[in-house]
Design a protein around this ligand. Structure first.
Ligand code: PEP
Length: 254
């Protein structure tokens, strides 16, 4: 049985004070859910250390939203994965569609970022997903297959403990248009099938696959009811602590 996993990606939102306030409120409820579920928040870099202090000992995970592929160097404006780990992160988001599409991050670059993150001891939430054009041309699975094969080419069976895949159709991110539970399940099942083909049944069965794209309290339950949807990566609706708490409390049917 895979543990449900709910992650909040705050993108470029929240001051340090706002991030600390959110985290304190979240921690008050933490005991109710951290036993049975993995909960993660991904604040901006500036708030990581402060949030890490607040959530220490609660079991809540902390993620950076991006890290560089090199351990250090003359890369103005960048942050390495070991720096994120030192700030208190245990995860990093790699390949978010905003990084792929706004900053031109390629599968090859993302493969190097994944390797660097793993070398620094971070676990990776690897984001994949097709654009609307690609979906309309019937290329959805070819796109996610290429993103997985190329971005995760360093993957070995043992890495299953440090990998989460987030399927986030680009047309559903921040648009208010959610994939239907059936559309999400179809792609999640294909991703699990691909993992089985590439790395065997054990790696496929334990792979955590999140859905992301306009998840909100009112569509969470129906999405999470699908067999291959193990949790959610939530952007906009994770910024409000009450809304995030409502989404954490969902029950996944046995
Ligand atoms: C995201 O940022 O990964 C995301 C899914 O955003 P939203 O929930 O706002 O669509």
């Amino acid at each position: 049985m895979r543990r449900p996993f709910i992650a909040g990606n705050w993108k470029m939102h929240k001051t340090i004070a706002e991030a600390v306030d959110f985290s304190q409120k979240l921690c008050k409820q933490a005991q109710q859910f951290t036993g049975g579920k993995d909960i993660l928040i991904a604040p901006p870099f500036t708030a990581l250390s402060s949030v890490a202090k607040v959530i220490e000992g609660t079991g809540i995970h902390l993620a950076a939203q991006n890290t560089h592929e090199s351990p250090q160097g003359a890369f103005t404006g960048e942050v390495s994965s070991s720096m994120a780990a030192e700030a208190g992160c245990d995860y990093v988001l790699i390949g978010h569609s905003e990084r792929r599409h706004l900053y031109g991050e390629t599968d090859d670059l993302l493969a190097r970022k994944v390797e660097a993150a793993w070398k620094s001891g971070l676990k990776v939430i690897f984001c994949i997903g097709e654009t609307l054009d690609e979906r309309e041309q019937g290329k959805t699975f070819a796109v996610v297959e290429k993103q997985i094969k190329e971005g995760l080419k360093a993957f070995k069976e043992d890495d299953i403990e440090r990998l989460v895949i987030a399927y986030e159709p680009v047309w559903a991110i921040g648009t208010g248009k959610t994939a239907t539970p059936e559309q999400a399940e179809e792609v999640h099942a294909l991703i699990r099938g691909l993992q089985k083909k590439l790395h065997g049944a054990a790696a496929a069965d334990s792979l955590i696959i999140l859905y992301g794209g306009s998840v909100k309290p009112d569509n969470m339950t129906e999405l999470m009811a699908k067999e291959n949807v193990d949790g959610a990566l939530i952007g906009g609706a994770s910024l409000d602590v009450e809304s995030f708490l409502q989404m954490i409390m969902f029950d996944k049917p046995e």
